[in-house]
Design a protein around this ligand. Structure first.
Ligand code: C5P
Length: 232
């Protein structure tokens, strides 16, 4: 898969997401469905959006014992999502089990990426709450290397980390990066941001963009601007 823009569809209901997606009559965007929408609407929302011709990143961040994750991934694979994820903190064994569960009988499977440390976790909370005393950058790269070792396809990371992840795990290891804002746009609650053009330069494979598109006056124009800056 080449570079693409994934729209974070952080809506609370199917109705809202369909009203939003109806605006896109030309190119069908790659869509991220998160926990809020999935828990509100259930697996049907995935099937419905898929039926409309969109690729889907199902962002449920699984983290449990290997056997449970394996069986749950088999269910998600049956929903025909294109990309899904888990927490690398669940260990290499859990990630290997997830891949097994995800792989269909014909050998095909959705792409699988790992969350390393959440960007909401900082050095202090990692040390205090998790008793991890290494520098956070080192922890993130170690978790990325574990994901690669387990056979995963990439990681979710800040665009600022994408270059380093590629240095450590190779150019083919995917970096999927949120925290994207237009140069002239609102930053909101994101702290470390990059423009789509900068994310392209630094080597992100996919950017995940939410509010700069979903809250824009003209979402289709904002999406097209992302495509122009990041993909074309
Ligand atoms: O609206 P915004 O562009 O900030 O949305 C970014 C999306 O990426 C949200 O769905 C958010 O939950 C997700 N995300 C993030 N930072 C991470 C991981 C996921 O912003 N580290």
């Amino acid at each position: 898969m080449g570079k693409d823009v994934i729209i974070a569809c952080d809506f609370a209901s199917a109705e809202q997401v369909f009203t939003f997606l109806d605006k896109f009559t030309d190119r069908k965007p790659f869509v991220k469905i998160g926990m809020e929408l999935f828990y509100a609407e259930g697996p049907n929302i995935v099937k419905e959006i898929k039926k409309r011709g969109h690729k889907i990143f199902l962002d449920l961040k699984l983290h449990d014992i290997p056997n449970t994750v394996k069986k749950s991934m088999a269910v998600l694979s049956g929903l025909d999502v294109d990309l899904c994820n888990l927490h690398a903190g669940g260990t290499v064994k859990m990630m290997e089990a997830a891949l097994e569960g995800l792989t269909r009988s014909d050998g095909t499977r959705p792409l699988l990426i790992a969350v390393t440390q959440l960007t909401s976790t900082d050095q202090e909370s990692m040390e205090k709450d998790l008793l991890i005393n290494e520098p956070i950058d080192k922890v993130v790269m170690h978790y990325a290397a574990n994901a690669k070792k387990a056979g995963l396809d990439g990681v979710v990371c800040s665009p600022l980390e994408a270059g380093k992840v590629h240095d450590v795990c190779g150019r083919d290891f995917l970096t999927v990066t949120p925290g994207v804002r237009f140069a002239d746009g609102e930053i909101g609650d994101q702290k470390r941001v990059m423009t789509p053009a900068e994310a392209k330069k630094i080597g992100s494979d996919y950017i995940v963009v939410g509010r700069p598109i979903t809250a824009a006056e003209d979402p289709v124009a904002a999406y097209n601007r992302c495509i122009t800056e990041f993909v074309d």
